[in-house]
Design a protein around this ligand. Structure first.
Ligand code: F1P
Length: 345
């Protein structure tokens, strides 16, 4: 899937997004981006805030589509509204798109289903080419949406002259390594299965991280809830001491996502705090972060990549964890109770 999303789009060191049809002048004129979506697609958007702001230096607001459509958002003609949706039919996302169009703002859909309502109605479309989604809880469309966002952000940064050609080349090199790195993480699944089997009877699981790691935590937590019915919450690590820490009991599992090098120290100090209250801390971090071994109880390493792309790798062990907890409990992984693939009402 990640290969499909990447392949036709990187040619001779340049990003080609043909169907997008956005002129360089249009890209240079964007003053602000609003990303609007539901569920996992919203978590891609939360990642997008860090990616577009960090790489392309464009301010970003991220909204749940179900909030955006009812809050009379303030929008202006030099802004871009990006709607992310696998199905292209989610009612709130479609309504948010229409709200933006009614206000005269340019819209871009990042959509998987060709010819779906959002794809037809958005001014511009970027398809994710993830193939048909069969399971209700999304995984491959999520990965493809992340890649689409990285490609857009690098393209925007390049056109707006905020990164050097050398940086563009380095981004593209790291992007092209992702499929192989994801395959490598998937091949390590027995270790995660073994770990997951210990948590089949868990009551609560928490996920924490800072920056992009917070976005990864949100998705890790949603996956666990969706397919294993275990109560789970994601918190920005810095928020722990503002209340959440009181929920930690002896043996509570906390998954800490620690992929942003400049934030290692801060998150490690949160891990120490959590451990001292009895939490069992599983850390997902970059290869080479040895410091973490002193603080966390169990460590899963992901290969080195650009700091903006870590979501694509760190989410894999978390998805596998949810998958094996769900299988271990005897749940129907592909068809979780009460959930619909496409929420059209
Ligand atoms: C959004 C979404 C999915 C989730 C489930 C319900 O759908 O929340 O992320 O896995 O299938 O809908 P979409 O707008 O991306 O199609």
């Amino acid at each position: 899937t990640v290969r499909d999303t990447l392949n036709p789009r990187i040619k001779d060191g340049t990003i080609v997004i043909e169907e997008l049809g956005m002129s360089e002048e249009e890209i240079r004129g964007i003053r602000k981006i609003h990303i609007v979506a539901c569920g996992s697609a919203y978590h891609v958007g939360v990642t997008g805030k860090y990616v577009f702001e960090g790489m392309a230096r464009i301010p970003v607001e991220v909204d749940l589509a179900s909030e955006f459509r009812y809050r009379n958002p303030i929008l202006s003609h030099d802004e871009l509204v990006i709607v992310i949706s696998q199905s292209g039919e989610t009612a709130d996302s479609l309504a948010a798109l229409r709200e933006a169009k009614d206000k005269g703002v340019k819209t871009l859909g990042i959509v998987n289903v060709v010819g779906s309502s959002i794809a037809r109605e958005a001014d511009k479309v970027m398809y994710t080419w993830a193939g048909p989604e069969i399971a209700v809880a999304t995984t491959k469309a999520y990965s493809a949406q992340l890649i689409a966002q990285y490609l857009l952000a690098v393209k925007f940064a390049q056109v707006r002259d905020v990164i050097t050609e050398g940086e563009v080349a380095a981004f593209l090199k790291d992007l092209q390594k992702l499929p192989e790195q994801i395959e490598m993480l998937l091949s390590n699944k027995e270790k995660i299965q073994h770990f997951a089997n210990r948590y089949i009877a868990a009551k609560d699981v928490f996920f924490v991280g800072r920056g992009i790691d917070y976005a990864i935590s949100l998705e890790g937590s949603l996956k666990l809830k969706e397919i294993s019915y275990i109560h789970s919450e994601a918190y920005a690590a810095g928020e722990l001491k503002h209340g959440t820490i009181s929920l930690i009991e002896e043996g509570t599992l906390v998954a800490a996502v620690v992929t942003q090098e400049d934030l290692y120290k801060k998150t490690i100090s949160n891990i120490v705090e959590l451990s001292s209250r009895g939490a069992f801390v599983l850390a997902v971090t970059n290869t080479g972060n040895r410091e973490i071994e002193k603080a966390a109880d169990y460590v899963i390493y992901i290969p080195q990549t650009n700091k903006y792309f870590t979501n694509s790798l760190a989410i894999i062990p978390l998805q596998l964890f949810s998958y094996y907890v769900s299988v271990g409990k005897g749940c129907d992984v592909d068809k979780p109770r009460n959930l619909a693939k496409s929420v059209t009402v």
